[in-house]
Ligand binder design. Sequence first.
Ligand code: NAP
Length: 456
Amino acid sequence: MSESRPLRVAIIGAGPSGFYAAEALAKELEHVSVDLFDRLPTPYGLVRFGVAPDHQKIKSVTKMYEKTAQRDNVRFLGNVAFGQDINHEDLKRHYDAIIYTVGASSDRNLSIPGEELLGNMSATEFVAWYNGHPDYEAHISVVNAEAVAVIGMGNVAVDVTRVLAKSVDELKTSDIADHALEVLKDSKVKDVYMIGRRGPAQAKFTTKEVRELGELLNADIVVDEAEMEIDEASLASIENDPTTKKNIEVLTDFAKKPLEGKGRRVHIRFLASPVEVMGDGKVEAIKLEKNRLEPSGDYINAVGTGEYETLAVQMVLRSVGYRGVALPGVPFDERRGVIPNDKGVVLDAPKGKPVGGEYVAGWIKRGPSGVIGTNKADAAETVEQLIALQGEAELHDDVNKNPEVVLELLQNRGVPYITFDQWLKLDKLETEAGLASGRPRVKLTNVQKMLEACAD
Ligand code: NAP
């Protein structure tokens, strides 16, 4: 490696993991040249399209990513789709190493009857819609739903519950997509049921997030004290788990708090599994089976009791976890929905052999878990492996590895790639539009319009 022949690394996916990997490479290696690709013209992945619009503080992490993108040896190349505009063979030819940081863009379903009914959808879809992801611009109607069931007890379930329960006044100071605000302002939602198959001690949300539900201006919280009883096995399992203990305190306070007669109600329900979404063409109800808990080794299972309940709802949002999607030409573990790897080194199959020169970080490496910051250590582990395997390599002059050649390739293919400076123009336009209306930004949600805004 030398100044004239740095290690060339392509990172596929400019979300948090992509930026953390780029930063780690730029910090650790003297002679490195990183290209950070994204299929969309905008950087930041789930920070822009996943983090809730009313959680602006979390989004301030992009200030650090901005610094990474402005390093001399890091280039952001947006609007370049892997497998379409640039493929696996191209990357092998133009880079010494590839890191996949594409996240987990799909979701898991419940595998129960009625999931095809209108009004049943994934939280992934709903979140992407209200966050203005260009793939999800299409109208999602919540206008006619008076009651919504949100299945799952993770932070995503809390996010979608909160967005559904908030008044338009609470939402209009966020960077929620204009099309979502337009629909939600006419929302008739009265009851949102957040439904967990296990008990309060197994809920996956964090304390800050669940506590925030109690601060909603427009919604009371309903928790049934009977569902707050913690069994012995659960008590033992949380002995050294301060977060869960705090969660239980918050939920217990909710259960004791008298209702104030606000416009909406958020019902936090435990020990119930959806068994059927019911309706004629569209969602009209959800059938739940009551569960009891049964320990099995270290895990506490939900086991159906044969007792059922039907809730009248007109919309069902399943929030039961994201799932990775296979990339063309890259190994994939169908069972886990990740790229098979050993500490970030891509393997040809689960527990297989390294493919060589290919790495992975973030959700597509370990599955959809952890907060944004979790990806920093995760990307650092991957970069450590990359450096151990390739950091000392003797690199020879190679015309294809010239950073200009890949730009020529994209130009020759007519791919209108977006540089970081171009993104900054779009960023400015969005934040200035926000300023005018008292919001952090007003997002463009259409790729063509984004490209026009980025144009020189
Ligand atoms: P998650 O935390 O894994 O939660 C998934 C939930 O779905 C769990 O409650 C799980 O219950 C339930 N579930 C799974 N399969 C089910 C089924 N068949 N029937 C009923 N329930 C089922 O996933 P997530 O909420 O999608 O969040 C993904 C990651 O992003 C998490 O690490 C989360 O903390 C993070 N995140 C953080 C924030 C934030 O910091 N503000 C915001 C959003 C997301 P079991 O436990 O019983 O499996």
